[in-house]
Design a protein around this ligand. Sequence first.
Ligand SMILES: Nc1ncnc2c1ncn2[C@@H]1O[C@H](COP(=O)(O)OP(=O)(O)O)[C@@H](O)[C@H]1O
Ligand SMILES: C=C(OP(=O)(O)O)C(=O)O
Ligand SMILES: [Mn+2]
Length: 539
Amino acid sequence: MKNAKIIRDLEKLGIKGNYEVVYNPSYEELYQAEISPENQGFERAELTESGAVSVKTGIFTGRSPKDRYIVQDDVTRETIFWDGKVNLPTTPEIFSSCKELVLDQLSDAKKIYVVDSFCGTNADTRLKVRFIMEVAWQAHFVTNMFIRPSHYELENFGEPDFTVINGSKTTNPNWQEQELNSENFVMFNLTEKLQIIGGTWYGGEMKKGMFAMMNYYLPLKGMASMHCSANVGEEGDVALFFGLSGTGKTTLSADPKRYLIGDDEHGWDNNGVFNYEGGCYAKVIDLSAEKEPDIFRAIKRDALLENVVVNNGVSDYTDGSITENTRVSYPIYHINKIVLPSKAGHAKKIVYLSADAFGVLPPVSILDENQAQYHFLCGYTSKLAGTERGITEPEPSFSPAFGEAFLTLHPTMYSKTLIGKMKEHGAKAYLVNTGWNGTGKRISLKDTRAIIDAIIDGSIENAPKTRIPVMNLEVPTELPNVSEGILDPRDTYSNAGDWEEKARDLASRYIKNFEQYCNTEEGKKLIPSGPQLQTQTTN
Ligand SMILES: Nc1ncnc2c1ncn2[C@@H]1O[C@H](COP(=O)(O)OP(=O)(O)O)[C@@H](O)[C@H]1O
Ligand SMILES: C=C(OP(=O)(O)O)C(=O)O
Ligand SMILES: [Mn+2]
């Protein structure tokens, strides 16, 4: 019997006690467990009008990068990029002591959910991941987000490649003497192939945690591992959309004209592009059926809403009072047009999404090969101060590979593997600003969608073009169905001098940020592809 074997596995890990094991529960079982009146506090879920259930994730409504550690040992010492910021080192001893806390926590549990799933579509590169937790909705989250094995695959699952033990209800009392950031922890041990979680209930730690592990194993095998969404057209033409949180990966990849491969994490090997996940994780702040019909329709039974304000069973997507980062997770088949298994051929169009709050970047720029590399290493976008959408104090953020928070190896590993694949398959790159322009408003979703259409159908290549000084970018000046007067960002300012002042400020930030890559000939060679402060501005 599977359960007897699972209990033995849990005991071997150190989870003792008289708990009941629920192994790969069905959606119906998850639903019953989530709405059980016995649930306490943040375990509680409520049913909403769409059929989706809604939960609150507690204090953490987003990831907690400062509490994220990787054990530094013989396996990781020379491989992990110890940048002092993203991949914080910890010792095997501290890991063991936190692991004890998590094991003790689960040893007291009445019920333990064990979800076996895949991270990665292809059998040769996927991780067989086992999630262990006591909170039903966390089991629901990983069931939605990871690839659900078939009955046959589950019978033949074997030993997991990686195990995630989520003890979100426990915290670490020894954090000060251990010189950790706080009582909360998200820790990885690549020797033991374990992730442990304490203090934070946010499901994104499990999702992005396994992404970080794929970002470790795949580039070491020569494959590109990418923080991007992906879709494919009728002709088999694959497009990738890179971007940091909130730039539009999920929104823009759900395109009724195309088939979705995935909304966030992909690999690219000798056969093409493949998804790591089995579901999507969409932002729902201000979501509407008119603007984002595919995502709106995906919110139904089996979808899981997070931190949305619900009044008498009705979700209010306009209410950001719990957090701006309100979310929904759903299995990928909630989107009508998908490819299954989630993979397709080689990518031909590469889009870098940037939400520029300065209003400097053009809505779309056509990049040459060196610019493709330059802007990938820069990974520029802006984070907005606080949760306010005002553009008073945008904080520029340069995040290599458009996913610094999830890179376990040096950023150049990701640019080398991606640019290599792009050259091999003749893929073209574009930089798309899904943020603001001189009007103070965000570029409309309608205009961005029309820009993406022009990239995908190739009409952008035949459009009349101009060169934007300072930023050193080539842009089309006219595109089908795109509002007039927005493609050259200078036209959106009543005084073009204002644009130039902001552009010079942003350009100097790009230049300063790029210094870190200039200690090699390869890096130096890219400088002319970036913004230029000394350019003559003729216009
Ligand atoms: N021009 C635009 N392009 C893309 N998204 C936009 C645009 N204008 C507003 N948005 C909003 O920005 C958010 C983008 O979020 P999402 O697609 O979830 O980003 P990601 O998947 O990259 O984290 C959505 O809430 C979307 O409605
Ligand atoms: C879920 C996340 O990513 P994204 O906003 O890119 O979808 C995250 O960063 O935790
Ligand atoms: Mn997303």
